[in-house]
Design a protein around this ligand. Structure first.
Ligand SMILES: [Zn+2]
Length: 254
């Protein structure tokens, strides 16, 4: 797992698997520090290391947030068993309606790659957050923006005092737009339209998979993604067999 200090209030931890990102945000109040952990790394040793990362910087984990309800972003509770998981109302509805899906998909992943974990995934207490909306964190507010299209639910999280935007599974430098079950191309295009001004207003954009982007690069990827969604033409730097497989899956939901 790679850990970088993006700003004095934001750490980004990147999993060795799928370059899945986990963003740790501290509120601006130094007297009463609070930190939220957004999304999660994937591998067991990375999850085990996560509490030590927060201890090292002296930020107490006050809660978990998830950008959307896919299993690879939901593992934070393994690292912080007592913490509640905050997510968009739409995500909460998906998770309570079919909690078993995430548990089953994690088990299938672990079986395929011989990954051993201490126990099955437990999501614990889920807090449904209205989106668009705001969440208070130690003297500041995170802004929540709706993101549908990849899946039928989700949110991007802006950290205004740090100039950071955590987008979930959009504008990834390593993955083409993925229309998963329940997602849609038209909703995806609409979400990209809403994300563009947020990207332009931010200094750092954290995609769900891949390195942190500056606004110019993120906007360029966004334009490539729109072009792909409009024409079906794969972006030049995202044409590997894995991306072609996602493309083939997308065509069933085009
Ligand atoms: Zn993902």
């Amino acid at each position: 797992m790679r850990v970088i200090a993006l700003t004095e209030d934001v750490l980004v931890c990147t999993s060795a698997f799928w370059q899945t990102t986990c963003t740790v945000v501290r509120g601006p109040d130094r007297e009463a520090p609070e930190a939220f952990v957004i999304d999660s790394p994937v591998l067991p040793d990375e999850l085990e290391a996560l509490p030590g990362v927060l201890e090292h910087v002296g930020w107490p984990c006050s809660g978990l947030l998830a950008t959307h309800g896919d299993w690879d972003h939901l593992l934070g509770r393994t690292a912080f068993p007592g913490s509640a998981l905050g997510c968009a109302e739409t995500t909460a509805a998906r998770l309570t309606g079919s909690m078993g899906d995430a548990v089953r998909e994690l088990r299938e992943f672990d079986d395929e790659h011989y990954v051993e974990r201490k126990g099955p995934l437990q999501l614990g207490q889920i807090q449904a957050l209205p989106v668009p909306g705001k969440v208070e964190i130690g003297g500041g507010e995170l802004e929540l923006h709706p993101t549908e299209g990849h899946v039928p639910e989700g949110m991007a999280i802006a950290v205004p005092w740090a100039g950071v935007l955590v987008v979930g599974d959009y504008v990834s430098p390593v993955e083409i737009p993925w229309i998963s079950e329940g997602g849609s191309r038209s909703a995806y295009v609409a979400t990209l339209g809403r994300l563009l001004p947020l990207i332009e207003a931010a200094e750092h954009i954290v995609p769900g998979h891949g390195v942190v982007l500056d606004p110019v690069r993120a906007a360029a990827i966004l334009r490539e993604d729109l072009h792909y969604l409009e024409t079906g033409e794969l972006p030049l730097t995202r044409r590997s067999p894995a991306q072609r497989k996602i493309d083939a899956e997308n065509r069933g939901r085009w």
